[in-house]
Design a protein around this ligand. Structure first.
Ligand code: FAD
Length: 430
């Protein structure tokens, strides 16, 4: 069957969830799509995200869901509304993947795995005619190629040497800068900059932070979870954040789900002030008055540590943190100690490098794009996924926005090609 796209040459560069969704959107409209990826196989970060449970989206209602995109809520709302968590789950079911809602409201495939889902998806994409070109790293535009402004002649580094290929439309879905060994190494940043496409600096998101631990704490307690615990801190916008959860003491500082959830606030505080001091509540289930009452009770000949363990169950890594941060005098002063147990100041000095982070903040700002995610400076070039300037906590919000923006960019590219085809037909008949 012939279509108005018969002669269109379309590339999707980057085979993560955003790129694959863009390819599916294009193929579903009859466009012949070629997917290029630098790695030997697609979806490597997606598979990594599936380790320990593939959390694909979240079941909370749309309003709080959209709120997770913070400052970029307005830009992501139309994209996510067009492919919301319900639609995403229905799409998964169409791939033969059943889902369930976990106790936290997070949505997972029933088998918790990413690999079967990716296999089924790639099979469906190949059936739809999508062609895959692995070990093709996009390394820039071909300056020597002339052509009209709407043609993108792109250079790829391949095992057989460099190739220049021309396309009518391109969807870039190159990911952020985290876990570069999985393919998203952010080498696209200077390439976009060379075309005067603005790029907000890439920063770690959902990341751990450094603290200046003593060798004793590091050697004895690194790798231990601290739970339950609550963190309070004030953001640069003076908003007070207070959340309960679980953290992990690491060799260099702190990480874990609660730290990730607050990582944007902590990171921005460090950027503004050089450090961020969080207040750890080591017994979030007990009110301050009760802690003061318990800790200041006469303890006879018992040591303070034994007393704390007996009265409020503090021991192990929590006790070690108190010793680490409080002076001997403060630890021996029951009233000061009780207050510190409810608000232990921990100074975080630096975000861990973006390469270690779960995701990336920064990227191509929406202000540089039109409503279809086309780069205004580069007609016919669209972008999607984590390379766009937004961030979100873990909980399925990252993948949801990658899928939704991939779909929008793919649909945008198809609409752009349809317009090109109409213009060509009009010129031919003129
Ligand atoms: C450990 C870990 C756990 C995670 N867990 C979750 C989770 O539970 N839930 C959730 O929602 N999200 C999770 N994420 C985040 C999620 O995996 C990412 O947000 C998502 O994969 C980003 O999709 P993307 O398509 O934008 O980019 P990517 O998945 O990074 O894909 C980009 C693709 O582009 C290719 N590429 C890059 N540069 C070039 C180039 N120059 N030429 C050709 N190809 C190139 C790469 O090889 C890669 O295949 C997790 C991430 C990590 C690291």
């Amino acid at each position: 069957m012939s279509s108005s796209f018969d002669s269109a040459r379309v590339a999707v560069i980057g085979g993560g969830p955003a790129g694959l969704m863009a390819a599916e959107a294009l193929a579903s409209q009859g466009v012949q799509v070629d997917v290029y990826d630098a790695m030997p196989s697609v979806g490597r970060k997606f598979l990594m995200a599936g380790k320990g449970g593939m959390n694909i989206t979240h079941s909370e209602s749309l309003e709080p869901f959209l709120g997770r995109y913070g400052a970029r809520r307005a830009q992501l709302a139309p994209l996510v509304k067009a492919f919301d968590p319900e639609a995403l789950r229905a799409w998964l079911h169409g791939l033969g993947v059943e889902t369930f809602v976990g106790s936290s409201g997070r949505v997972f495939p029933t088998d918790m795995k990413a690999a079967p889902m990716l296999r089924a998806w790639l099979h469906r994409l190949r059936e739809a005619g999508v062609r895959f070109h692995m070990r093709h790293k996009w390394v820039g535009w071909d300056a020597a190629a002339g052509g009209d402004a709407a043609t993108h002649t792109l250079r790829f580094a391949t095992p057989g040497g460099e190739q220049a290929l021309s396309f009518d439309a391109v969807v870039f879905a190159l990911g952020g800068a985290s876990w570069p060994r999985l393919g998203s190494d952010a080498a696209w940043v200077p390439l976009m900059a060379s075309r005067e496409v603005p790029v907000t600096p890439l920063l770690p998101a959902n990341c751990g932070f450094d603290a200046d631990w003593s060798p004793y704490l590091r050697e004895r307690f690194a790798g231990q979870p601290v739970k339950p615990v609550a963190i309070a801190l004030t953001g640069v916008d003076n908003k007070v954040h207070n959340r309960q959860g679980e953290i992990l003491l690491t060799e260099t500082g702190l990480e874990g789900s609660l730290i990730y959830a607050l990582s944007a606030v902590i990171r921005d505080r460090i950027v503004a002030d050089g450090a961020a001091t969080i207040a750890l509540d080591l017994v979030p289930g007990l009110p301050l008055e009760r802690v003061v009452a318990e800790v200041t009770r006469p303890r006879g000949s018992r040591s303070m540590s034994t007393h704390l363990h007996g009265r409020i169950g503090i021991g192990g890594v929590k006790l070690a943190l108190l010793h680490e941060i409080l002076s001997k005098e403060a630890f021996a002063d029951a009233d000061r100690l009780a207050h510190a147990i409810k608000a232990l100041p921990v100074r975080l000095t630096r975000a861990r490098p973006v390469a270690e982070a779960i995701s990336t903040a920064g990227g191509i700002p929406f202000e540089a794009l039109d409503g279809h995610l086309m780069i205004e400076r580069l007609p016919g070039a669209f972008c999607a996924g984590e390379m766009l300037d937004w961030e979100a906590p873990t909980g399925g919000y990252l993948l949801t926005a990658c899928f939704a923006s991939g779909l929008a960019a793919g649909r945008g590219a198809a609409a752009y090609l349809a317009t090109l085809a109409r213009l060509k037909a009009r010129d031919a008949s003129a």
